[in-house]
Ligand binder design. Structure first.
Ligand SMILES: [Zn+2]
Length: 479
């Protein structure tokens, strides 16, 4: 293979990254990368295992000077988010990524780069290949389908792990050590309604132009939720007139703060409803943050529908939209500024006779996730809905004492002359699942700097990658 990068240290990390970038590895398409990892282990006579989800574990013995010391677990995910620019011809199932250098950054032409988390794969391969001279035994875990629900980490058989110290290599900022994360649960709250024949005039209401963002990391940003704002508008309307929902839909992902929501309503008088909605929208705009300055509400004429919800079902739907507790629900009492418990109403969708409201609740505490399920069960009971809780994953609560974290921070300071920031995030990581299986594991999540992950602008900072490896080298040499 002709390599693009030849003047960086250690060169093996960059060469492995280039090699795996030729292997398509979107989520649920990890067979080929697992084949590659297994072939790597076989060629070097290393112990390995592979499961039905293509998780791969490779073990390597300690260097001769470190035999008998406690092993260390390194972990990262093989899958990547597949996003490309509209005009780009790229088949993520068959085509290699086209890497290129942009100054001190590595990028892929028109597509995501997959440094999240390909850099972890490359680093683990370099380590297994002997890049660090003096090291304890390695257990390198390559998980799958992280980006679509942490599926690989959920399914892995952790009885194969003997290490009780773990470096998760899935963080994106050199100088930040992640030391805790939130767990979560999704709830589909469903209203089975009884359609009746359409009567009255129609009006289409749309809420648009909001900022949106990640439902965990941006939940305390003060950004408005389009589904909730639609609920507020409808609540004003039904308080003053006999408005009925015909159709409604908002948001597209449970883990994104929705930016848009629209509904078609039956009203007795189009003009009166239009005036009321327009005035209500002006008052709502005053409540929003500067980031949501693009907020706009349109209330316009549209084709009549054939059916609509009853008044009772319409009121139930508006109650779910407005009375559900969403946004920041609790702040951490231990860590200043950290959101502990939150909820997003990400999606409202309509199928044959059913309205479904999709909630995503997050907390670092299992007890709050239990409470989240109960709260939504009660809301459902009061509004004549049913719930289905699913995709629950555990959080990783901050450990007051961590020898691994202390060692990393000290070495980081020695190498860079700067203090590392210890961070706890309000989003999910595989660490939460691993921690739930191996509660006595001392763990941190670290990685080199990358920008705009999950987008075609994704870039890996090559200088940060070199520094990161230097810190890792020193850490592993003394662990
Ligand atoms: Zn990742």
């Amino acid at each position: 293979m002709n390599h693009l990068i030849n003047n960086r240290k250690p060169i093996s990390v960059f060469h492995y990254f280039e090699e795996i970038s030729a292997i398509p590895r979107g989520s649920f398409n990890e067979r080929a990368i697992a084949d590659y990892l297994v072939a790597f282990a076989v060629a070097r006579g290393l112990e390995y295992s592979r499961d039905s989800l293509n998780n791969v574990l490779i073990k390597a013995p300690a260097s001769p000077d470190r035999v008998g010391e406690a092993p260390i677990l390194l972990q990262g995910h093989t899958d990547m988010v597949c996003e490309k620019n509209g005009e780009v011809e790229h088949d993520f199932l068959t085509d290699p990524l086209e890497l290129y250098l942009d100054g001190d950054f590595l990028r892929a032409r028109g597509t995501t780069l997959g440094a999240d988390d390909g850099i972890a794969v490359a680093i683990m391969l370099a380590l297994l290949d002997g890049e660090i001279q003096s090291h304890p035994a390695y257990e390198c875990l390559f998980t799958t389908a992280e980006e679509v629900g942490l599926n690989g980490a959920h399914a892995f058989d952790y009885s194969q792990i003997t290490a009780r110290r773990m470096l998760n290599l899935d963080s994106e900022e050199l100088g930040v050590v992640t030391a805790g994360c939130a767990g979560g649960v999704r709830t589909d709250l469903t209203l089975a309604y009884h359609p009746v024949a359409f009567a009255g005039e129609t009006i289409r209401v749309s809420v648009a132009g909001l900022m949106g963002g990640h439902s965990g990391e941006n939940i305390n940003s003060g950004r408005a939720n389009a589904n909730r704002l639609m609920g507020r508008l409808l609540a004003e309307l039904i308080a003053q007139t006999d408005a009925r929902i015909c159709t409604i839909g908002g948001g597209s992902k449970d883990n994104a703060i929705p930016r848009e929501c629209s509904a078609v309503l039956a009203v007795p008088d189009f003009s009166a409803a239009q005036d009321l909605l327009t005035n209500a929208a002006v008052r709502l705009a005053d409540e929003l943050s500067a980031e949501d300055r693009g907020f706009c509400v349109t209330a316009e004429d549209c084709e009549p529908e054939t059916v609509m919800l009853t008044a009772e079902d319409t009121h139930r739907a508006v109650a779910v939209l407005t009375c559900s507790q969403i946004g920041v629900l609790e702040m951490s009492k231990q860590i200043t500024g950290l959101v502990e418990y939150s909820r997003n109403l990400g999606v409202v969708r309509q199928e044959e006779g059913k309205l479904t409201f999709v909630f995503s609740s997050r907390s670092s505490m299992e007890n709050q996730l239990d409470a989240a399920e109960r709260e939504l069960d009660l809301l459902a009971e009061m509004t004549g809905c049913t719930t289905r809780h699913h995709s629950r994953y555990p959080g990783w609560s901050y450990a007051p004492v961590s020898a691994l974290r202390d060692a990393y921070c000290k070495i980081y300071r020695d190498v860079t002359g700067k203090d590392a920031t210890v961070n706890v995030i309000h989003a999910g990581l595989e660490c939460g699942i691993i921690h739930s299986h191996l509660p006595d594991m001392d763990m941190i999540s670290i990685g080199p700097t990358m920008h705009d992950i999950h987008s075609p602008n994704e870039a890996l900072d090559l200088n940060a990658t070199e520094t990161f490896f230097e810190v890792l080298d020193r850490l592993i040499s003394v662990l």
